[in-house]
Design a binder for this molecule. Structure first.
Ligand code: GLU
Length: 503
């Protein structure tokens, strides 16, 4: 099997595009096939610098390795459509020669005038089709001589597909089942533009054919185009080895209503792009899953479930597991809700199952950004202590900064409720006793504090919360004795003394 991901470099690749890439990748790998990356950059008006680089970087971050593509090369290159211009021209000229396509000389103004005229007469919107084409200026309505002299004089023209009425078009979509179109419903699509570039339709079909693509998996929004694509395969005489089509369901907003848009990301403060993107304005700039602190494995796992499920209860899958379990028939037709909490859940699962050495490596640069360079062994313990409590990598810092920095503020509510100034000497004595411990571990300190409580007839609830606030400033976090062990004897005792003297 040969599958392709064919993005247009018109901006950052949104999460729906990433899902399309992932599904193509999974199916290619499952069948021992090939995953092709083709850059569809024929629309010069929508080209955005940096977008191709972004696509490559996103695929790389997610571990979706391309077998053939603009950087990797391959036997069916070039893989950037702008570098294949001449190929398309030859193919489209062949269609003209066979009376399956024609030159159209109508200017943008003429087309506009026609649209307006239709509107003013209260007719349905103007469609350049079999019914209308003879009223327009093209090689079918003009004489051969007129056409030749227009072309020779350098008049700009497009090339349109000649869609004849009376044809049935049946798409056997692998997800949606049978979808039918009638050729009367379709317009004479432009195949080749006046700027010498093919349109998406022509380039896409020619390339899928030349690159021997066997399966086209793409978003649902391309389903109507497929009718034209099938007519193109017919016109070229390639219908026999046309690829199979599978159109993926939409990705819906977290509310489940309407299509997920990039604005939802900004509005809800959640990522809808894999990586950050710096656009021309604030509204065009986004933070990605990577910068939010997601693990790429979790993102892959989450995206795999946006429209597909294995039909079992299992949710956590490695990429190898996904490859083994994936199949087109388990993709649903209904829109898939973008559930951000689920994405966080997946990430949390990955963090919890990561080993501490791996986590320490991941966290070190985050802590470094805040000016802390901890020893790897210490950092591993730090990660071990916090990993049950975080969903995103930067939260290791947010949840654990008191382990690296002095406590500046004590939770005043706890102090007000629990602290009795007359007990100050008692608490300072506890600190002193803890300082005497030879072996300052979580077990030894816990044992000692409990024994101390009993000796002085204090309840656990009268000591533990104060110890916690004294050590961390806050009321929540990992076990206080684990915290003491990680802080070490000197730092712990100092914190306790400072706190008990200032409460
Ligand atoms: N270039 C199209 C896009 O940007 C590709 C659609 C397809 O896969 O055919 O999505």
């Amino acid at each position: 099997m040969r599958l392709r991901f064919a993005p247009s470099p018109t901006g950052p690749l949104h999460i729906g595009g990433v899902r399309t890439a992932l599904y193509n990748y999974l199916l290619a790998k499952k069948t021992g096939g090939t995953f092709v990356l083709r850059i569809e950059d024929t629309d010069q008006t929508r080209y955005v610098a940096g977008a191709e680089k972004y696509i490559l970087e996103a695929l790389q971050w997610l571990g979706l390795q391309v077998d053939e593509g603009p950087e990797t090369g391959g036997p069916y290159g070039p893989y950037r459509q702008s570098e294949r211009k001449d190929i398309y021209r030859a193919y489209v000229e062949e269609l003209v020669a066979q009376d399956k396509a024609y030159y159209a000389f109508d200017s943008a103004e003429e087309l506009d005038a026609q649209r307006r005229a239709f509107q003013e007469k209260g007719l349905p919107p103007f469609k350049y089709d079999a019914k209308q084409r003879m009223q327009m200026r093209n090689s079918l309505s003009l004489s051969a001589n007129e056409t030749r002299s227009l072309i020779e004089s350098g008049a700009p023209y497009t090339i349109r597909l000649k869609v004849d009425p009376g044809e049935e078009i049946l798409i056997n979509d692998r997800i949606r089942g049978e979808v039918r179109f009638k050729s009367e419903e379709l317009d004479d699509k432009i195949l080749f533009k006046a700027d010498g570039m093919p349109t998406y339709h022509l380039a896409n079909v020619v390339d899928d054919h030349l690159m021997k693509i066997t399966h086209v998996i793409r978003g649902e929004e391309w389903l109507p185009s497929t009718a034209h694509h099938i007519l193109l395969y017919r016109a070229f005489g390639w219908e026999e080895d046309m690829p199979a089509f599978a159109h993926l369901p939409l990705i819906l907003k977290p509310t489940g209503k309407g299509k997920l848009s990039k604005r939802d990301g900004l509005k809800l403060g959640i990522p809808v792009f894999p990586l950050s993107w710096k656009g021309e304005s604030e509204e065009e700039s986004f933070k990605g899953f990577r910068e939010f602190g997601f693990d790429p494995r979790a993102v892959v796992n989450f995206l795999a479930f946006l429209g597909w499920n294995p039909g079992t209860e299992q949710e956590i899958f490695t990429i190898e597991g996904l490859i083994a379990a994936f199949s087109l028939d388990k993709i649903g037709k209904a829109g898939a809700r973008f559930d951000y909490d689920k994405a966080l859940w997946f990430n949390q699962q990955y963090i919890q199952s990561s080993d501490d050495t791996q986590l320490a490596k991941q966290i070190a640069p985050i802590l470094a950004k805040h000016g802390h360079h901890a020893e790897p062994a210490w950092l591993e313990k730090f990660c071990h202590l916090l990993k049950e409590r975080v969903s995103l990598y930067p939260e290791f810092w947010e949840q654990g900064k008191y382990l690296l920095e002095a406590v500046r503020e004590y939770d005043s509510k706890t102090v007000r409720k629990k602290w009795k100034p007359e007990r100050r000497p008692l608490f300072l004595k506890l600190a002193e006793e803890l300082e005497q411990l030879d072996n300052f571990t979580a077990e030894s300190t816990e044992q000692h504090v409990k024994a101390f409580a009993e000796r002085h007839e204090l309840k656990i609830g009268e000591i533990f919360p104060l110890l916690r606030v004294a050590l961390t400033g806050t009321t929540r976090g990992p076990g206080i004795f684990d915290i003491m062990e990680l802080l070490g004897k000197k730092e712990s005792i100092q914190r306790l003394q400072t706190a008990f003297n200032s409460f």
